[in-house]
Design a protein around this ligand. Structure first.
Ligand code: AMP
Ligand code: FE
Ligand code: FE
Ligand code: ZN
Length: 294
């Protein structure tokens, strides 16, 4: 698939951020505000990668300012079942065919699992006398993929925490009220994304501060079934973790990306805080056959 002209010849290197969330999941900017914010942040390319949904694609395409290239993607909730208890992980998927039936079905199942889990978390909070309601959480999710940040908003509204970060402390959503959800086997996910013409990149693979991470041996096996890249430059990676991810990618012939994982005011990171090299972006686009970058 050809690469659209995403920055004028002779200008400074393109600024490319391949991981951003909108109100279609747990970001706070609408898809149309996100593409405008991308231009304001000086980006030439932005990817919309909401959790388990493509619902933000159409409004983002419709609002895309001239001069900005939009990469349509998603961040899939996955799990590695090689240990007990299994480990959750996130797979970025770029430029896949959003009508591919198995992938469509899996995304719907993942969103339903998110609702179920969030409702159980709310039940548990309420059982402990915490004044949050399922109705308000659904309202904060505004029809998008429900996630813990929406429950965090309820905790903030109830005056129990001041920020989303505080809501993710161990005694709240970080551990005590963290329940597992029914995710997708990561090997199945990589194959499904590829079958839909998409390009799978492992999001923040070493972000140990979020919980347990999968061993490198799993990444070696994922590369063998079609994983295309690893996200190295990410807010949740220490310098050592970034270096480790780069070395592993080099060893396996995977590309490395950098991205903000922007969530609007649900996180402190700014759009474009980390970026991906133009050569890597071009390889991702060239490897995709689902939908074009626009
Ligand atoms: P969930 O997808 O429902 O499991 O919730 C995970 C989401 O919560 C991530 O995608 C982030 O958007 C957000 N998140 C995770 N950890 C934190 C944190 N420490 N502070 C703020 N947001 C977080
Ligand atoms: Fe998120
Ligand atoms: Fe993630
Ligand atoms: Zn993300």
């Amino acid at each position: 698939m050809s690469v659209p002209p995403y920055h004028p010849a002779g200008s400074s290197p393109a600024r490319i951020d391949l991981h951003a969330h909108s109100t279609a999941s747990d970001g706070t900017l609408t898809p149309s505000d996100l593409v405008v914010a991308a231009v304001d942040a000086g980006l030439d390319v932005v990817a919309i990668t909401d959790h388990d949904t493509t619902a933000g694609w159409a409004p983002a395409v419709a609002a895309r300012p001239a001069g900005l290239t939009l990469v349509r993607g998603a961040e899939l909730s996955c799990r590695w079942y090689g240990v007990e208890p299994s480990i959750s992980l996130h797979l970025l998927a770029y430029l896949f065919d959003p009508t591919e039936p198995s992938l469509v079905a899996e995304l719907a199942r993942l969103r339903a699992a998110r609702e179920l889990r969030a409702e159980r978390i709310v039940d548990r909070l309420r059982a402990d006398g915490v004044d949050v309601t399922w109705d308000e959480v659904l309202r904060y999710a505004a029809g998008g993929s429900v996630g813990r940040p929406h429950i965090a908003q309820a905790l903030i509204r109830a005056g129990l925490v001041a920020t989303t970060t505080e809501a993710f402390a161990p005694h709240w959503l970080g551990d005590r009220y963290r329940l597992p959800k029914d995710d997708m086997d990561v090997f199945t996910a990589v194959r499904l994304v590829r079958a839909a013409g998409g390009v799978p990149v492992f999001a923040h693979p070493r972000a140990s501060r979020r919980g347990r991470v999968v061993p490198d041996a799993v990444i070696v096996e994922l590369a063998a079934v079609g994983l295309f890249g690893l996200e190295a430059d990410h807010e949740d990676h220490s310098p050592d973790e970034r270096a480790h991810v780069r070395a592993l990618a080099a060893e396996l012939g995977l590309v490395v990306t950098g991205s903000s994982d922007f969530h609007g005011t649900n996180k402190t990171v700014r759009l474009g805080a980390h970026t991906t090299a133009p050569e890597v972006y071009e390889r991702i686009v060239a490897a995709a056959s689902g939908v074009p970058a626009v």
